[in-house]
Design a protein around this ligand. Structure first.
Ligand code: KG4
Length: 332
């Protein structure tokens, strides 16, 4: 069968990324132009600045992705930009660029849901992974337990009712003065600590999450205690949220009577070393755990090109009316 090359374009937040992926699984190039140093001094992503920087980067990053993959537009089978969820101005840059490329080259346009992209990062890391499986999706904007029934068929089994888990990591880091982005910094400091502080966990009847309570508890503890051990606080926070993640995954498999023992992690927070270790330990209970390569956990266009491939193969085609959807859900 002929190889299919997809050109993934990602600009939903603070990474401008373009990638060429073969048959949804093999990265030919994956250029990531991160804006983290630009937003660091503001303590978080400034949407307008993100959009402007995407505009400045997008052509350069695309040219490099094509040249590193040693291909031209002629070799590409589909242009697959992220169209949501994310920051609307940021999304519009990559999507409009993708639409223009599709119009100019005559190649099909296939819009990609960013969350599907995070799930697909696992297909690149594990060539043998096939649906169905459960995905614990954890990023800066989303926290969901997803039943991946097929490559383009999903059911959300549980989700956060307030903050995303990545937001909670970033907030905790900011409160104790670690800076942005907080996740990797909390991860690093927690390695030097012990989980001595008791932090609240939420228990809903279904498999939903809430991270605003624990975030507030960390803030209060930090105000109340004169000598807080920051490393211990990070370790305690990580332990509490990880327990909540694992309890909910197990609960939902049980309640929904889902047979699969295959669990894949996804999203920026799946780069967390403690979360990865705790989920891997579940293999002793008979679960099979998948987790993307570290460089594919956070935003990148290779995962978008992979999800784009599966949508393209399923016959999805978009036209020039495709608009950015900041609140795009998995089933839309
Ligand atoms: O998936 P992502 O790159 O962007 C979204 O699609 O939202 O996720 C970014 C989030 C940030 O909140 C960042 O702090 C968090 O992922 N993150 C981590 C780690 N690396 C990135 N959180 C915990 N531990 C990490 N090692």
């Amino acid at each position: 069968m002929k190889d299919i090359l997809t050109l993934g374009i990602e600009s939903s937040c603070d990474e401008t990324s373009v990638a060429v992926v073969k048959n949804g699984r093999e990265i030919l190039s994956n250029i990531i132009d991160t804006q983290i140093p630009i937003h660091e001094k503001y303590g978080g992503v400034v949407p307008e600045i993100a959009s402007r920087n995407h505009i400045e980067a997008i052509s350069r990053v695309t040219k490099k992705a094509l040249s590193d993959a040693n291909v031209s537009f002629n070799d590409i089978d589909a242009i697959t930009p992220t169209y949501g969820p994310g920051l609307v101005g940021a999304l519009l840059v990559g999507l409009s660029y993708g639409k223009a490329l599709s119009f100019a080259t005559g190649k099909p346009l296939v819009g990609v849901n960013h969350i599907e992209g995070h799930i697909a990062a696992n297909y690149i890391t594990y060539k043998d992974l096939k649906p169905p499986f459960i995905c614990m999706m954890m990023s800066g904007g989303n926290t969901q337990i997803i039943h991946v029934k097929d490559y383009t068929s999903f059911e959300v089994l549980g989700k956060t009712r307030d903050d995303a888990i990545g937001e909670a990591f970033d907030k905790v880091a900011r409160v104790i003065g670690l800076g942005y982005p907080g996740g990797p910094k909390v991860d690093k400091l927690a390695k030097e600590g012990i989980p001595e502080y008791n932090l609240p966990k939420t228990h809903f009847e279904n498999a939903d999450f809430s991270f605003s309570g624990i975030k507030t508890a960390v803030i209060n503890l930090n105000h109340k205690l004169k000598t807080i051990n920051k490393a211990n606080l990070c370790a305690s926070f990580q332990k509490a949220v990880t327990e909540e993640l694992i309890e909910n995954v197990k609960k939902v498999l049980n309640v929904k009577k889902i047979e699969t023992k295959t669990i894949a992690l996804a999203g920026g927070v799946s780069a967390n070393s403690y979360i990865r270790k705790e989920f891997l330990d579940l293999e002793q209970e008979g679960y099979k755990i998948y987790m993307p390569d570290l460089k594919l956990c956070t935003d990148n266009a290779a995962m978008i090109a992979s999800a784009g491939y599966y949508n393209y193969m399923a016959g999805k085609r978009d036209n020039m009316f495709l608009n950015a959807k900041p609140n795009l859900k998995l089933s839309d």
